[in-house]
Write a protein that binds this ligand. Structure first.
Ligand code: NAI
Ligand code: MG
Length: 357
């Protein structure tokens, strides 16, 4: 039976980069012995304009019915003044929580051809290949109670609640350890167990899960030190597992070690392996419509989709190698261009990957 992939192009450069991913999917289907049905849905600002909501019921139904979802990006300045409930970003958050996509995988890989793109010294970042596993549907971003209240003497107080259930910690830890088994077999769990009780439990439960994976080495680090170590000596990490908020911050930091927002993919998975795949960058309204956006983060998101949701790890590796090939050929979109390389358009980059495949 063929798999179902839902495409959600979204806003800004979203449609441009998804178009390149579709070319790649067509090539894989034609030559890779794989089969799937592609369906497109509206999300974000595009959905708001057409239907008045950033996550229409039909889109949610399509996403629920799919084996995997490929998303471009949402948002743009024209929707910034909207009520937060109908802002484009709400569509993205809605799909993540509705589908229970609790495991956010954010690799930070520095391609050898792009070492110069990092702001850090080549010896610190060359060969960098780490995976941040961020808990995505719990913690302080979802904890109740939350809000802004008025105290007795009239002063306002903002409050959020950091909560983690044992089961939530256990399932994200298992994802991290399972991934580590296929990598360098090292997991670093990041918390603030010296100050926050919820993460004291985090540390305890992750340690319990480690016993199920005797071949994987577990270490613990406080988040402030982890931030420092990521910049000081990022290659000491293999897999990092952490809470929703710490993961949000650390994964952006890790991404920037590679210096190229247009290169980095991500996956958000549920319990069964179904997932949503998307580049980590946003809708880049400043360059939308110009045909210059880098489609490689989206194409590498397709590779993650092949690996984690479509049971096609060999094709995933083939696609990643094809991206390496086009970089070897010196092809660069403007965000990763440096002198001595050849600047190409979004479409030409997608074509080159298809050719390399
Ligand atoms: P952004 O990631 O869209 O852009 C930051 C900078 O990186 C811009 O200069 C942009 O031109 C460049 N850039 C991003 N992706 C690129 C690519 N593939 N190729 C070449 N250059 C690229 O972040 P920004 O500007 O903060 O946000 C723009 C909009 O995107 C906002 O509405 C924001 O809310 C939304 N956003 C959406 C996300 C998502 O859909 N997952 C994530 C982050 C932001
Ligand atoms: Mg972020």
């Amino acid at each position: 039976m063929s798999k179902k992939i839902t495409l959600l192009a979204g806003d800004g450069i979203g449609p441009e980069i998804i178009a390149e991913a579709v070319k790649v999917l067509a090539a894989l289907r034609e030559h890779g012995g794989l089969d799937w049905v592609l369906e497109s849905g509206l999300i974000g600002g595009a959905a708001y304009e057409a239907t008045g909501t950033p996550l229409p019921a039909e889109t949610l139904a399509l996403a629920q019915d799919a084996d995997a979802i490929l998303l471009g990006a949402v948002g743009g300045p024209q929707w910034e003044t909207l009520d937060i409930k109908v802002r484009p970003e709400k569509g993205l958050l809605g799909i993540r929580s509705e589908l229970g996509l609790f495991a956010n995988l954010r690799p930070a890989i520095l391609y050898p051809q792009l070492v110069g793109a990092s702001t850090l010294k080549p010896e610190v970042v060359s060969g960098l290949d780490l995976m941040i596993v961020r808990e995505l549907t719990g913690g302080i971003y979802f904890g109740q109670p939350r809000g802004v209240r008025r105290l007795e003497h009239g002063e306002r107080q903002g409050f959020n609640t950091l909560v983690y259930k044992e089961s939530e910690i256990r399932r994200i830890a298992r994802v991290a350890f399972t991934i580590a088994m296929k990598r360098d077999r090292r997991v670093c769990s990041v918390d603030k167990a010296n100050v926050l009780e919820a993460t004291e439990l985090w540390r305890e439960v992750v340690t319990e899960v480690a016993a199920e994976f005797p071949d994987v080495e577990l270490s613990h680090m406080y988040v402030d030190n982890a931030a420092m170590q990521l910049v000081r000596a990022p290659k000491q990490f293999d897999v990092v597992v952490t809470t929703n908020m710490f993961g949000d911050i650390l994964s952006d930091c890790a991404a920037m070690l590679t210096g190229s927002i247009g290169m980095l993919p991500s996956a958000s998975l549920d319990q069964s392996g179904k997932g949503m795949y998307e580049p980590i960058h946003g809708s880049a309204p400043d360059i939308a419509g110009q045909g210059i956006a880098n489609p490689l983060a989206t194409i590498l998101s397709v590779a993650m989709m092949l690996r984690y949701s479509l049971e096609a790890p060999i094709q995933a590796t083939r696609l990643e190698k094809a991206v390496g090939t086009v970089l070897d050929q010196g092809l660069r979109t403007s965000d990763i261009y440096s002198s001595g390389t050849t600047q190409v358009s979004t479409g030409a980059m997608g074509d080159a990957v298809v050719e390399a495949l």
